[in-house]
Design a protein around this ligand. Sequence first.
Ligand code: AMP
Length: 471
Amino acid sequence: MLRPLAAYFKVLSLTKFSDFALAEPIQKRVAEGGYTTPSPIQQQAIPPALEGKDILGIAQTGTGKTAAFSLPSIHHLLNDKRRAGRFECRMLVLAPTRELARQIADSMTGYSKGLGLFVTSAFGGVPINRQKRILERGVDVLVATPGRLLDLIDQRYLTLSKVEILVLDEADQMLDLGFIVPLKKIVPMLPKQRQSLFFSATMPKTISQLADQFLTNPVQVSVAPQSTTAERVDQKVTYINQDDKQRLLKDFINNENPDHMLVFTQTKHGADKVVKNLMAVGIHSAAIHGNKSQPQRERALGDFKSGKINILVATDIAARGIDVDGITHVINFDMPNVSEQYVHRIGRTARAGASGISYSLVAPDERQFLRDVVKLTGVKPDVVALPEGYDEPPREEVAPRIYGQKPKRYGATPTRSGPPKNKHSSRKGRPGGGTGSGRGGPGSSAKSDGPKHWNNGAKSFKRRQARNADA
Ligand code: AMP
């Protein structure tokens, strides 16, 4: 699972992995994985983490933060080679999504290969029984999503009382997904004496308050402020009527023939609709969102990674943390109503120092979202004109769209068809029930050559059809 990445990691500093006090076999795994130079977050986080300090890290996926928390943790686990008791784990990593949990577990398995540590993951969408059987024996590292973790604790297949190292990854996404209640339940189950490593892409007040509950005198480390990602991506925007978006997307794909394109919609239903409409004109794609079964999600992601399909349509929840190299285009079919999400989305095409192109299709009721994004990133996307044959959208101000959320900032009411289902509703309000606690038992800068017009750079539709026929 260790994969070498671009030159980005090379030129950053003269620090080498051998400069860290990491145990020899770990150094070996790192070298075998092709890593030569630690990334900035690794340079900052590994030394204090090795000293056993708590860490408060501000870093996005793609910065190498998984290794930043994994390598020193593996070092600790090896140094004190205690065996995890039944129903216990020595290190707990909490991640917001199944994909991220699996990815972290895969990375940690790679980093600790042959070192005698047992790494496993536990998340929803797959049968719980296998996870129970594994936990019954005890594991060194458990990577879990909060919901499934609490289920396992409730069913008394796991106790957190022996956790030595806790990692909370993508904390801001945890909050976005409504995991605050599960997290608050988890904190008191953890032993006070532990090391905690806390990572988030952003650090608004709510996150630092959450961090306070987990951390003791943390060392703060931070890399790549959000704007850096935004500056690396060649951002474009087209103002369009909502009803014309499907047509424009098809035209764009037929003309541009993008290699590896991620399309974001705001709702699960919206994602399915895009896939259906593309399919109707012979364009193959797959959707990944919370209503898909785990095997469906894995197949879609696998096909996208392998290049079997070159278009993946995703909601934010499913796409967060997805580690796919070489995404050339990110399309905001719907604008996100939370600006930070925009940075995460376009960051999918700017991993590890790469650059890419993002297009945002902005309907009249999404203009406020675009203004929010510009305010956050300080970067104004280039406006790409609509091709001929499309009606220009009205220019007058339209109240922002509401996706089942309060229109608090704007004081406006929605003018479009009623609000769709709350995008978070499926994750929120996980049945509280008992927690099993208390018993003690197991319980516009770097420009790329994207078109200046949606019709430019046309490539033959036939070529795409031929390619799809192979898929
Ligand atoms: P992450 O931010 O942990 O998702 O890592 C992003 C990607 O960078 C993953 O594919 C890692 O395998 C890779 N990576 C992490 N650290 C390094 C490093 N020091 N040198 C090269 N690649 C790395």
